[in-house]
Ligand binder design. Structure first.
Ligand code: HEM
Length: 148
């Protein structure tokens, strides 16, 4: 049996911890955007890079296990139920967004990629990732709610 959460909603502890950490990380990304606007590129890189890497831990430790155990076996038959629909949409878009974040991190922070895989329009790629990231957060909030 999972330990009870601290937000008083009846969710499990891991879900409450994830909720708070995800919101803090989402706001950290917005703060990181402001740092870039102020041309503080080093601080911007550390901020966004930390969030993208920390989220790998959150996915592996908190989000992937219940998805694999409770949702994946019911797919695609039960997709019509909100209990399955929201986490599935969230997990698909969340995976794409996490991979996009890692790709941008590798492109901007290393010279590991061949030239053909290097984009130049940083603003477009980073704005797209930030927008997707917040859509995924809202889908995560929807999942939290339908799972109560
Ligand atoms: C950018 C990537 C992601 C972000 C920002 C994100 C964000 C969130 C947020 C804010 C919640 C609500 C808190 C909670 O209920 O725990 C959540 C829950 C959840 N997420 Fe994600 N997520 C991401 C990627 C993923 C991926 C890749 C998967 C699955 C492979 C996934 C599966 C889940 C599941 C199953 C829950 C419900 C967990 C529970 O309530 O016990 N998420 N996520």
């Amino acid at each position: 049996m999972d330990a009870a959460g601290f937000l008083g909603t009846g969710a499990r502890l891991a879900a409450d911890v994830n909720l708070v950490v995800q919101l803090l990380m989402g706001f950290a990304l917005l703060l990181g955007m402001i740092l870039a606007r102020r041309r503080l590129y080093r601080a911007h890189a550390v901020c966004q890079g930390s969030v993208v890497l920390l989220n790998l831990v959150m996915i592996a430790a908190i989000m992937l296990p219940p998805f694999a155990r409770d949702i994946a076996p019911g797919l695609p038959q039960r997709l019509g139920q909100s209990y399955y629909f929201f986490p599935t949409l969230h997990a698909v878009l969340g995976s794409v967004t996490q991979l996009l974040g890692l790709y941008i991190l590798i492109r901007a922070g290393t010279n590991w990629l061949p030239k053909a895989l290097c984009f130049e329009n940083y603003k477009l790629w980073m704005r797209t990732a930030l927008t997707l990231w917040w859509i995924v957060i809202f889908l995560g909030l929807a999942t939290y709610y339908v799972w109560l």
